[in-house]
Design a protein around this ligand. Structure first.
Ligand SMILES: Cc1ncc(COP(=O)(O)O)c(C=O)c1O
Length: 377
């Protein structure tokens, strides 16, 4: 089997495991609002799926995304999830020899997209108390060069859960602007943040805001998101998009219905998610050697450091996997710091979190000293 097949078989097994507790991919398992289900049922009943959706997305959805971000002078290009927007932007804006700067840890796929077009990737380490688990703008200023074409900022950061302050965003935008670089502000987790500032407000010409419906609305399997930017930039992107025949109409109907019920539905999801973070934090403080360095998290996930407990993240993940609980090893995000932590998603039923915390002491014991390689992705 080729490596991609091994990886695929792994995820296929997970998808086909009944009652798996999905606590590793920051997906959202909150009960959907009835209006979102109805919108999809209507789309199927009316057999709306025979047609192609408009190439840039349903107009009402495009406008809904722009107003959700309150970026009135910007335009949205709907995509098959945020990852498709990131692929599209990297392939359109980067050329061989360009430089792509991001943090370590970051979300890895855009680095692969940048490398695939011949760009070089530079990562600024932000893991650890010495960095406060965040990007100090001065460190970006020191790293940026005339070759830097894209600064890729995941904010709130996945996996760390830190979010930039308004002042930090203002500085980061100014640094990107002074270098003439594009700033990709990946705001996939924005809705979970305690407070969040959009870089596009400070650097509207060349900031690309990445939007997802996978996390706040829980539509990961439907694949719908967007890139939002200055209309001239969107015009350029719209010239050769991967989804020129439109994104899934079913997904767009669900997303649109979601935006309409957001203010009534999402606050409850957020409260539950934050209560789940607290349950985990309480449990972690009772176990010697475990720590949650970022709490509360601005994402729908938290990291737990397990190095001082003498536990390898992979062994802990494997132990939980035997109990049908999927969590993520740090190495998924970063080879440099991956030995230190696991990541656990919190936009899930509280029952799952209760199971997780009840098992945690025993799983730590089970994982301790187990260093045999486990195949994880
Ligand atoms: C930072 C970040 N950006 C983008 C994505 C992908 O989002 P989507 O499901 O909308 O493609 C993820 C998914 O985990 C992510 O963590």
């Amino acid at each position: 089997m080729k490596p991609f097949e091994v990886r695929n078989a792994h995820f296929d097994r997970l998808v086909n495991t009944p009652d798996l507790r999905w606590m590793g991919q920051n997906t959202n398992h909150a009960k959907p609002h009835a209006a979102v289900i109805e919108a999809m049922e209507r789309c199927i009943r009316d057999e709306e799926f025979h047609v192609y959706a408009p190439p840039a997305g349903l107009e009402e959805l495009r406008q809904g995304i722009v107003s959700d971000l309150d970026l009135k002078d910007h335009a949205a290009l709907v995509s098959d999830g945020a990852v498709s927007s990131l692929y599209h932007v990297c392939h359109t804006l980067l050329q061989p020899g360009d430089e792509f700067i991001t943090t370590d840890p970051t979300w890895n796929w855009p680095m692969a997209f940048a490398r695939s077009v011949g760009a070089t990737v530079k990562q600024i380490p932000i893991y650890g108390a010495e960095y406060g688990y965040r990007l100090a703008p001065e460190r970006l200023a020191a790293a940026i060069t005339p070759k830097t074409r894209i600064v890729y900022l995941v904010d709130p950061n996945n996996p760390l859960g830190t979010a930039c302050t308004s002042a930090e965003i203002e500085s980061i935008a100014a640094i990107a602007k002074a270098a003439g670089a594009y700033l990709i502000h990946d705001c996939t987790y924005r809705h979970f943040a305690h407070s969040h500032e959009l870089a596009a407000k400070h650097y509207p010409d060349r900031t690309l805001t990445i939007y997802s419906f996978s996390k706040w609305l829980g539509l990961a399997g439907l694949r719908v998101g967007a890139v939002v930017a200055d209309p001239d930039l969107i015009e350029r992107l719209a010239g050769s998009p991967p989804n020129n025949l439109g994104s899934s109409i079913l997904s767009q109907r669900a997303a649109l219905a979601g935006l309409k019920i957001k203010s009534e539905w999402f606050p409850g999801v957020l409260t539950q998610q934050r209560a789940n973070q607290k349950l985990i934090n309480d449990a972690v403080t009772r176990i010697p050697g475990l720590e949650m360095p970022v709490y509360p998290s601005n994402g729908n996930f938290i990291i737990i450091e397990c190095e001082k407990a003498g536990v390898k993240p992979e062994a802990l993940v494997a132990a939980f996997q035997e109990r049908k609980i999927m969590i993520r090893q740090g190495a998924y995000h970063t080879p440099t710091f991956g030995d230190r932590f696991i990541k656990v998603s919190t936009s899930v039923p509280s029952l799952w979190v209760e199971e997780f915390v009840a098992l945690l002491p025993a799983m730590v014991e089970r994982a301790r000293g187990r260093n045999e390689p486990v195949k994880l992705f």
